[in-house]
Write a protein of this length. Structure first.
Length: 247
């Protein structure tokens, strides 16, 4: 088994709902609480397992904002696990990388080893914390099966996040990666990250007819606006006659 996430960069709108849902669930879960630093100050900060980066691709008029959520990649050969001197960082049989907070001494070695910036030291508790794929939720048999998914996946308004087993070729995540050419982040480093990103689709070519553009009408776009205003005036006139007749 190899559990992980697929993130569709074409449909992610950068709303941060996944980050907020992650914070809400995990601050009351097995790794909580997640501290907040000056939440109402000029520079609020704190522990977040999921952060969204925003990039501008290409140039006008073909420019596009690409939103890239970043969290733990649950690497198959995780450097954070290798460097941990106390064995606090470990990888489960299902592929999830976790931190045993009872063994963590907050030395920061794992954070320095992680090239994805996925680990955050909780200054209040003095231990390292990170994405758990909501391990306390996905195996909870008290929840309906449809709800046994990470909080970020359940809350995404555009269904840009998928969760499943990459070792199962028929799983939703495996099919999505195969169909869209999902890619890993910085695979050249050799850590074999599990999470995959679906690239943005090419912008489709749209043919706009002369009539739709308004060039065939007198005054072009101005002509269209004039016709629209006339329709509005006619509608108000009809409404006025009807109400005056009722009076």
């Amino acid at each position: 088994m190899k559990l992980g996430l697929v993130i569709d960069l074409d449909t992610c709108v950068g709303c941060h709902a996944c980050a907020v849902a992650c914070k809400q669930w995990n601050t009351s879960g097995t790794t909580g609480p997640l501290s907040d630093l000056e939440p109402y100050g000029a520079e609020p900060s704190g522990v977040w397992f999921n952060r969204i980066r925003h990039y501008e691709a290409d140039v006008y008029p073909n420019s596009k904002t690409v939103n890239v959520p970043m969290s733990c990649m649950h690497c198959e050969d995780a450097a954070c696990v290798t460097v941990c001197p106390t064995g606090a960082s470990w990888k489960r049989d299902d592929g999830i990388v976790l931190v045993d907070q009872s063994k963590c001494m907050g030395c920061n070695l794992c954070a320095w080893a992680c090239p994805y910036g996925a680990r955050e030291l909780d200054e209040e508790s003095g231990v390292m914390k990170k994405c758990t794929l909501c391990v306390d939720r996905i195996y909870d048999e008290n929840l309906p099966e449809s709800q046994r998914q990470p909080a970020c996946v359940l809350t995404c308004p555009t269904s840009a996040r998928l969760f499943g087993d990459f070792d199962d070729p028929d799983s939703e995540v495996s099919r999505a990666v195969a169909e869209r050419g999902g890619v890993a982040q910085m695979p050249e480093l050799g850590y074999a990250p599990v999470n995959r990103y679906l690239p943005p689709r090419e912008k489709p070519e749209v043919t706009v007819s002369e009539e739709t553009r308004g060039d065939s009408t007198p005054g072009g776009a101005a002509g269209l606006i004039g016709k629209w205003m006339k329709r509005q005036k006619d509608a108000f006139d009809r409404f006025g006659k009807r109400t005056s007749g009722e009076a």
